[in-house]
Design a protein around this ligand. Sequence first.
Ligand code: GDP
Ligand code: MG
Length: 274
Amino acid sequence: MHASSQTFEGQSSGGDIMGDVLPVSVTVILPTRNEEEALGPTIDAIPRGWCEDLEIMIVDGNSSDRTREIALEKDIRVHLEPRKGYGRAYRTGFDVAKNDIIVTMDADCTYPAELVPELVKRLLDDDLDFITCDRLSLAEDGSMSGLHGFGNWVLSFTARMLFWYGIKDSQTGMWVFRKSIFENEKMRPTNDGMPLSEEVKILARRHLGKKKAIEISVPYRPRVGEAEIHTWGDGWKNLKFLFLRRFGLHRTRTEWGGLETNPDSTKNNLPEQA
Ligand SMILES: Nc1nc2c(ncn2[C@@H]2O[C@H](COP(=O)(O)OP(=O)(O)O)[C@@H](O)[C@H]2O)c(=O)[nH]1
Ligand SMILES: [Mg+2]
């Protein structure tokens, strides 16, 4: 049976049932822009004490609300990436993340943070390089509007047709992978916007293969806090990017990695939040 039919439904977790501490270091990256409502509960939902070193960080896109303050109160790392875009935040975060395994999630309480230890354990046990977490099979009521559900289906269907990689959910923002995959420069995503999400999966399947890059179904929940939704605009950009990427016509606007000048709480040079 295909890997994507596997689910992590109903398996709650935490250090307790995991037994031994996993012998790895992990960075959880949360991109944020104005997530003051949902960031605290998202951070609190991430289990602690189940791996040797756990770094939790936000890559903040110049939030104008209390997002960065909340992160500092919760004692997690804050990296400020003033350049706009979801993809830009990750193209910086992937580079500045301290640890060997990277986990990504939105900072909006939609993804099952409680499953992070089990997903990492799965990566190690099965000697995988990349896990993408499908939301479409187990989405909870109210987590995706009809239009968003339809848009996700169109994008995932188009991605399957163009690339033939068999990924069910091309738009999920939860991935668990080894940071070392980026040592191969071809694995580095190029898009600074929402299309980075589909690009990451396309690259994983292309360069790591189906055995090392798998899809697992996880629950998906309604969002906390306002989304800056550009349903049609982002949908169109995602669709256009699939075709550009397929025919090699995509272009990189900015370079891989964070800027030296980006403020970071580990450098003690964050500006006061406006
Ligand atoms: N740093 C940064 N984060 C962003 C930006 N745009 C969105 N985000 C964050 O990226 C995540 C995904 O955005 P979201 O609005 O939930 O998109 P959706 O899940 O596709 O509806 C959230 O945690 C946002 O706060 C941005 O320009 N910069
Ligand atoms: Mg979201």
